[in-house]
Ligand binder design. Structure first.
Ligand SMILES: Cc1cc2nc3c(=O)[nH]c(=O)nc-3n(C[C@H](O)[C@H](O)[C@H](O)COP(=O)(O)OP(=O)(O)OC[C@H]3O[C@@H](n4cnc5c(N)ncnc54)[C@H](O)[C@@H]3O)c2cc1C
Ligand SMILES: *[C@@H]1O[C@H](CO)[C@@H](O)[C@H](O)[C@H]1NC(C)=O
Ligand SMILES: *[C@@H]1O[C@H](CO)[C@@H](O)[C@H](O)[C@H]1NC(C)=O
Ligand SMILES: *[C@@H]1O[C@H](CO)[C@@H](O)[C@H](O)[C@H]1NC(C)=O
Ligand SMILES: *[C@@H]1O[C@H](CO)[C@@H](O)[C@H](O)[C@H]1NC(C)=O
Ligand SMILES: *[C@@H]1O[C@H](CO)[C@@H](O)[C@H](O)[C@H]1NC(C)=O
Ligand SMILES: *[C@@H]1O[C@H](CO)[C@@H](O)[C@H](O)[C@H]1NC(C)=O
Ligand SMILES: CC(=O)N[C@H]1CO[C@H](CO)[C@@H](O)[C@@H]1O
Length: 515
């Protein structure tokens, strides 16, 4: 093991001590000593060290983030096993960090934990005979987009969706090329919630392509889960995957890319006053939205200029002729700026938002994004919510936000037979409506929460669902297990939790109840 910072150990746990109720404990623990049995390529890092931020995965949002006494970067499955067994032996809590893009109120309950940073797990094996891709949790989507593209293949998803969205200026987060070894959305982290995105209409969710995972359990056992091995666990991993262990490898089925791997991409900008027309357009497509299309529409308010704006970003996996009628309807709304281009699918994230994907993987921004799933569009509700939100922002200079709608065609996700579905309860969701809040820190948490809750409550009655529904990976953390996992799945999940993680060591963001 490289004792990267053993020397400063005496100082940093003490610094940490001032911030935590577990302070006394963590100050007394010499982590470098108790984790002395790691393999040669593993390393130990302490928060506060000068290069801590550049050597460990940083969180995308710092809102309600977990805190760590130490970060360990294991290099092998055995290291992960050893870390878990050692932490259990010393009664230390631990947390698995993939890409650091998750944000849930429950993460705040993770204090001075042992952080298992999985970025060394770069496995990335394309097997064209078996038609599979096997990846480790140290990969963002972009890590393998290019080799798949050259092989004429496609995974059911790629990252990009929330990204193109999440404040257009932040743009696309999936590509690492622009920023070197960027810590962008993690393939496995997204998968274990379901994995949604613009290609979902063609092939379904990312979990529908998942064939097996290898994971290290709460007791430190290394197990495989697939349809034939530990099938119950495999079911649970597909939607509740953060609750059962540390996944160190995942194998996906891959598909021939349609249209020679090329897709049409179009971006449009409008003044905020166009918002209602954009929502009406979405509403008019509720029965006809094509499976080849991915779409994000957002409306926002800029605190600096005091101006509202709206935007749409579309991908179409087909010919220009097929995409044109959809593009024309956006053009008819008189964008102030627009373009369409044909790009290889592997470049779609990079080139979206007019190619402005520069600040791709910015981390450390204080934000949260409560959301609502819908199976119907309501232009009048979205207009009302957007107007309310803008009014709220106008009197709160510290709050910047956007109302974002992602659209999906659900035919493929609903075509998956019951027996192959996994836990994820949101297959009927054809729109995810996201309230994106960017603000200045914890002092405004309570106020932003109360604002978000009101806006969210306003969106539910016209969503087509009887009660609040959303996608776990876009959840706020207050929705509860019935929303994250589905009421009908809870009894079976609770049993599995008792079997695989009886002490609740995993799943702080969205805990599966233990009884
Ligand atoms: C900019 C942005 C774009 C996004 N785009 C998409 C998108 O296109 N499609 C989509 O479906 N979602 C998208 N998401 C949501 C994303 O799926 C979730 O944020 C997801 O939790 C991120 O995983 P992570 O590993 O990066 O995050 P982390 O915060 O590292 O992990 C999130 C949770 O998963 C657990 N976890 C992570 N890796 C593992 C592992 N290997 N084994 C066990 N547990 C693990 C963690 O312990 C934690 O509980 C996006 C989010 C952001 C911020
Ligand atoms: C902690 O343990 C490491 C490795 O065993 C050792 O080198 C270091 O001196 C110890 N630090 C303290 C403060 O005891
Ligand atoms: C450590 O990493 C290096 C470089 O990737 C590799 O050559 C070596 O085999 C690894 N060592 C072990 C023990 O795995
Ligand atoms: C590291 O990141 C933390 C939190 O994001 C920040 O407070 C700190 O100033 C950073 N440290 C350095 C050396 O950049
Ligand atoms: C283990 O730690 C928890 C707090 O993290 C504490 O409540 C519990 O009493 C500890 N158990 C033992 C056996 O020390
Ligand atoms: C949204 O559109 C409606 C209808 O055109 C308009 O009245 C309203 O001002 C727009 N909202 C904003 C914030 O521009
Ligand atoms: C989804 O796409 C299919 C094929 O393009 C189409 O027949 C169907 O009507 C679409 N569904 C909805 C609800 O738009
Ligand atoms: C306005 C614009 O750029 N339209 C283009 C959209 O893409 C097609 C096919 O590449 C072009 O023919 C159009 O000129």
């Amino acid at each position: 093991m490289r004792h990267v910072y053993a020397a400063v150990l005496a100082i940093f746990p003490l610094l940490a001590a001032t911030r935590s109720t577990l302070s006394t404990r963590s100050a007394l623990v010499n982590y470098s000593s108790i984790f002395g049995g790691l393999s040669a390529n593993a390393s130990i890092h302490y928060p506060g060290q000068t290069d801590y931020n550049t050597t460990t995965v940083q969180r995308w949002s710092t809102w309600d983030e977990p805190t760590f006494a130490v970060t360990i970067k294991p290099a092998t499955d055995k290291d992960v096993q050893y870390i878990i067994k050692t932490a259990n032996h010393h009664n230390l809590s631990f947390f698995a960090t993939g890409g650091g893009h998750g944000g849930e109120t429950g993460f705040a309950s993770v204090k001075q934990a042992v952080n298992i940073d999985l970025s060394n797990f770069k496995e990335n094996v394309l097997d064209l005979k078996a038609n599979t891709l096997t990846v480790g949790p140290g990969n963002s989507f972009s890590a393998f987009e290019t080799n798949l593209y050259h092989a004429g293949k496609l995974v059911r998803e790629y990252c990009s969706f929330l990204s193109a969205i999440l404040l257009r200026d932040l743009a696309l987060t999936c590509l690492s090329s622009a920023v070197g070894n960027a810590f962008c959305v993690n393939m496995i982290g997204a998968t274990i919630g379901a994995g949604v995105g613009p290609f979902q209409g063609l092939h379904g969710l990312v979990i529908d392509a998942l064939r097996s995972v290898r994971l290290v359990t709460a007791s430190g056992h290394i197990v495989t889960a697939s349809e034939t091995e530990n099938p119950d666990l495999f079911w649970a991993v597909r939607g509740a995957g953060a609750n059962f262990g540390v996944i160190t490898s995942a194998t996906y089925e891959i598909y021939d890319a349609p249209n020679n791997g090329n897709l049409i991409e179009a971006d449009f900008t409008y003044p905020g006053s166009t918002n209602a027309s954009l929502w009406k357009l979405l509403e008019s497509w509720d029965e006809t939205y094509p499976k080849e299309m991915g779409l994000t529409v957002d409306a926002s308010y800029d605190q600096t200029t005091g101006e509202t704006s709206a935007a749409a970003s579309l991908t179409y996996f087909g010919t220009q002729e097929a995409a044109q009628p959809w593009i024309d309807q956006f053009v008819a709304l008189k964008p102030t700026k627009w373009r369409n281009i044909t790009v290889p699918w592997s470049k779609a994230s990079e080139s979206s938002n007019f190619g402005q994907a520069a600040q791709v993987c910015d981390t450390g921004v204080y934000n949260n994004h409560p959301s609502v799933g819908a199976k119907k569009t309501s232009a009048s509700t979205y207009t009302e919510v957007y107007n309310n939100y803008v009014e709220i922002m106008k009197s709160r200079p510290w709050l910047t936000g956007a109302l974002v709608v992602q659209r999906f065609n659900t035919t493929a996700t609903l075509a998956v037979p019951e027996s192959k579905r996994g836990v994820y309860p949101g297959r009927e969701i054809s729109s995810l409506i996201i309230i994106e809040n960017y603000y200045d820190g914890p002092a405004h948490d309570a106020e932003v929460y109360s604002i978000s809750k009101k806006l969210r409550d306003q969106l539910v009655p016209t969503s087509g669902f009887d009660s609040l529904t959303t996608y776990i990976n876009y959840a706020h953390g207050d929705e509860g297990p019935e929303v994250w996992y589905g009421k009908e799945n809870l009894a079976r999940l609770v049993q599995l939790k008792k079997k695989w993680d009886p002490e609740g060591k995993f799943g702080a963001g969205n805990p599966v109840p233990r009884s």
